[in-house]
Write a protein that binds this ligand. Sequence first.
Ligand code: UD1
Length: 421
Amino acid sequence: MDQLVIEGGHPLKGTIRISGAKNAALPILAATLLTGGTFRLRNIPKLLDIDTFIELLTDLGSRVRYNSDNGSDLCIDSSDLSDHEAPYKLVRRMRASILVLGPLIARLGRARVSLPGGCAIGARPIDFHLKGLELMGVNLQLKEGYVEARTRGLTGARIYFDIPSVTGTENLMMAGVLARGTSVLVNAAREPEVVTLGQMLSHMGAKIRGLGSSTIEIEGVKELRPVDWEIIPDRIEAGTYMMAPGAAGGRLIIKDVITGHLEAVISKLRSTGLQIDTDKTSISIKNRGTLRSVDVKTLPYPGFPTDLQAQIMVLMSLASGLSVITETIFENRFMHVAELRRLGADIRIEGRNAIIKGVRRLNGAPVMATDLRASASLVLAGLAARGTTTISGVHHLDRGYECMEQKLAAVNAKITREKRV
Ligand code: UD1
């Protein structure tokens, strides 16, 4: 397995361009199952999770190829689906495989999808997805670790989410577009990734109202058509790099973003004392030499994203004063804390709160990446730490950050990848 070696303490300088959003690309890839014909998707990020999803689509019978002139453009044709199963070997690698459930049941009237099981950041059930489909007239059976879904025809339903679920909203929206009648998703997720999926579905001929609000209304249609679509920039990748000057010092310009998607992050980072200037598609961040502690609570969009909780904890570990970070979305998302402590961070966990007392400096050490965003926090900590930090378990990072070490090395970070066979 590869590892990253970081020599900390070098202030950053330069520009980082943001790739397409993983969490927008995955449901959009799933949506290509809804109809035959050729979709063209642009700005697809090069990530392990995308490769896994393409493997899943290919297994199902979709024809997928990259445009040879531009490695981030994909053509997908799902005219001849030959299977309706998402097998354990793929779902185990990536929970988001569950996103094929809605489109398969809508298109074929049946689907067999492995249950995701536990994961590093908590139980993460899929009960909302299943309850919603049942209300739409799907017969569900759990057999040998698989959800077996069948319907003679989806019918629109009013579905209430106990907690706004991102992939839950996406799955049920994709089911609703081909259902008979109108579906209403109440307390739905409002994330930009949900909105861009809904916009793409509308472009395909779906009738959807209320995108970006917590009530989404979908009037089923008989047919959809394939479209060309561009993946929005990754706000989590952008937020991660926005924190890098806070950790390592220096100044970065983050380009190709939608600044409006990062309001909570910009506001929080400004409160820490970082100087941030923005226009619509780029953000400049400068470390003015001191970092102040702030409290952070993760919330559904437009609140502060749970996917940036581990990263901001690194900044709070180096800030003056005491900070409380409250994780309200996932019950077990503090795996990075033990590793940050190995670098000298002073962090105590009390239930869903992490209490962080800023220290003057972190010191390099060998650490282990446990999940995607935890890995990103270790990279930030390594950039800040005195001496050398070696991060193993880097495959987690490759799931969600395109060319991270190249992007950072280009802005003066001393970071290299050591290949291990
Ligand atoms: C998505 C993102 C992930 C992000 C998360 C929260 C993708 C591919 N992944 O994950 O990066 O961290 O949103 O912003 O887009 N819940 C249930 N039952 C369900 C579904 C969810 O109880 O059926 C709970 C979860 O345990 C969690 C909360 O609802 O506490 C929100 O989870 P959800 O939004 O569904 O996360 P994902 O869609 O899996």
